[in-house]
Design a protein around this ligand. Sequence first.
Ligand code: AMP
Length: 125
Amino acid sequence: MPINPAAPYDDQNVFAKILRGEIPSQEVYQDEFAYAFHDVNPQAPVHILVIPRGSYVSWDDFSAQASAEEIAGFVRAVGHVAREQGLVVRGYRMMANIGRNGGQEVAHLHVHLFGGRPLGPMIGE
Ligand code: AMP
């Protein structure tokens, strides 16, 4: 069920619980600004989610409200994870779903990193 993009941040969302260690995740990387883990329902041989530590509903919220330090730290972390996971040589796709038309299901900003095979057209169906 896509999220309501206008709703305030809900600290009971599944990624907030992962950040607090209340539910398990398969960690890939973490630093002061970001946490990365494997998607539980991978859509490609490599499917990693990178989330900011701060409480941001979506890319829209993050890009408007986060500090310059948080934005720089998060963007650096996304790039670092892709390099560290060996995705750069053959290429990869990064994606963030925002709100209803974007099909966003978890109301904590997450960037998807897909790789490990040619990924086909940008938008299916
Ligand atoms: P989105 O549609 O962009 O909101 O994507 C949400 C993603 O979160 C989906 O790819 C789910 O498979 C993934 N997901 C949901 N719950 C978990 C979880 N507990 N651990 C890892 N990934 C999850």
